[in-house]
Design a protein around this ligand. Structure first.
Ligand code: PMP
Length: 355
């Protein structure tokens, strides 16, 4: 940290992303990417004309992509906001909707980026405890009279609320924005995008990073009432008007066109998840019921940290969090069947060595 940083950022603790060891040496099950490649149409989407057009700025309105997303999700283009990864939506929403004298509520065990973004903007937070089984109790959010952000499914646990439970949260907090982060919704939970037509205080964030094999492309989008979307655009145009680059825009358009391919991959991942959970349970792990492309598991005797370290030595990267409340657990992304076989074999070695 230099002596020039603003006083209020002195000692600021920024977000720590999962390790990116992408040289092919490791089986990477730590940041919930898809194990499957982008659709062939996406891999071939960039034409010579697209590359020649790189000298020009991209369309700041993202019209073509918004039209395609609107058709896919049965909303209007004016209900869609495009972002450089969905983390940007969280950042812009915090800037746009939470006043200085307000708070933002989120689960105590959740995506740790919310905490960092709130601190960045000096927003007070209301961390709402999860139940002993790490499930969110939706009733804790009814009539809170605060801004709210909840991932559905939650991370890193994978548990999901029903659309009815979320509707109740949105309905009973009519004067505040409820942001539902649906980064992992495509693996079995129910999206509340249809409810954005009914409630003007509901904002839904999506990402192409997980189900659409596009984490490297950095594309997120939000769906909400035209007013909320306008507000996000006001902040975005004041931050980075050309936030989606031409290559990402073109590849994202092709991604939407290939949606059936990605839905089929999500189904494969759900099958692999079921098989992985069953195997973990026979190995004395308890696994939180997951609707996401990862599972959160703890062993009856061996510590979460030991398992993480021993798996790393065996070239398998999983995610361990230093938070004492969840230190017994590891979050394991669901890879391909072959990757999960490799993972389970190495895990058996670890258990044999430590039991
Ligand atoms: N929300 C949740 C719950 C996440 O786990 C992640 C991924 N770390 C994101 C949002 C952000 O994803 P991205 O910026 O890649 O769209």
């Amino acid at each position: 940290m230099s002596r020039f940083i603003k006083n209020r950022y002195h000692g600021f603790a920024s977000y720590t992303p999962g390790e990116q060891r992408n040289d092919g040496t490791y089986i990477k099950l730590n940041t919930n990417e898809s194990p499957y490649p982008p659709a062939p149409e996406v891999q071939n989407a960039l034409s010579q004309a697209d590359l020649e057009a790189m000298r020009l700025y991209p369309d700041p309105t993202g019209k073509v992509l918004k039209d395609k997303l609107a058709a896919l999700y049965n909303v209007q283009p004016e209900n869609i906001f495009l972002s450089n990864g969905s983390d940007d939506i969280l950042n812009f929403a915090m800037m746009a909707f939470v006043d200085e004298d307000e708070q933002i509520a989120f689960p105590e065990i959740t995506y740790s980026f919310y905490e960092v973004i709130a601190a960045l903007h000096d927003v007070r937070v209301n961390r709402i405890a999860v139940k002993d089984d790490l499930m969110i109790d939706p009733a804790d959010y009814y009539s809170l009279n605060q801004n709210i952000v909840i991932p559905n499914p939650n991370a890193p646990t994978g548990t999901a609320l029903s659309a009815d439970e979320i509707e109740m949260i949105v309905h009973t907090n009519p004067d505040h924005v409820v942001l539902i982060d649906e980064a992992y919704v495509d693996f079995g939970a129910e999206s509340v995008i249809p409810l954005t037509k009914v409630y003007d205080n509901l904002l839904v964030a999506h990402t192409f990073s997980k189900y659409a094999s596009f984490a490297g492309g950095r594309l997120g989008f939000a769906v909400g009432s035209a007013g909320l979307i306008q507000d996000l655009m006001t902040i975005q145009y004041s931050t980075n008007p050309y936030n989606i680059n031409r290559m990402t825009m073109r590849l994202a358009e092709a991604t939407v066109d290939a949606d059936t391919y990605y839905r089929a991959n999500a189904e494969r991942i759900k099958k692999t998840r079921a098989r992985t959970v069953a195997a973990l349970e026979t190995m004395d792990f308890s696994v939180i019921p997951s609707m996401a492309n990862f599972v959160f598991a703890k062993h009856a005797c061996i510590s979460g940290k030991t398992i993480y370290e021993q798996m790393l030595k065996r070239f398998v990267l999983i995610r361990h969090f230093d938070n004492p409340k969840i230190t017994d657990y590891n979050r394991i992304s669901i890879g391909s069947d072959e990757q999960m076989d490799f993972f389970l074999e190495r895990l058996t070695e670890v258990l044999n060595a430590y039991s």
